[in-house]
Design a protein around this ligand. Sequence first.
Ligand code: RTP
Ligand code: MG
Length: 142
Amino acid sequence: MSVERTLSIIKPDAVAKNAIGEIETRFEKAGLQIVAAKMIHLSQEQAEGFYAEHKERPFFPDLVAFMTSGPVVVQVLEGENAIAKNRDLMGATNPEEAEPGTIRADFAKSIDANAVHGSDSPESAEREIAYYFNDNEICPRG
Ligand code: RTP
Ligand code: MG
């Protein structure tokens, strides 16, 4: 195991539900530190660029429409095994398949409005963190 960073997004549905604090608490209780964070309302271009890997998928237009429907919190989580740990805390993409006690089981309504995003590999994490943050906006606490 090693200390990793991962890109997390609290999606528009969870922000609209006023669940930012409860979700952050889950990350902190699991030993992940929030080392960068900001709230933004993504533009069409920002959302399309972020999800470019899904450009050819049938759900892409709905995904971009949803991600631009309201503000999101984008953040960097740091800790041991942060990428897999965050994915475990999030639960399955489809909340109907998410394990009880996961963020998506508890806060998500549908596969589109599924509360959170998390990087799925070290390569994605590096690209996704750089997509939203400059190096001087990341503040490890050591
Ligand atoms: P995320 O990227 O948001 O953390 O979610 P994920 O890895 O679990 O899922 P991914 O395959 O990367 O898909 C990105 C987002 O697209 C929506 N999606 N819809 N209708 C569908 O079949 C479908 N598949 C994916 C989800 O909102 C998913 O989070
Ligand atoms: Mg993904």
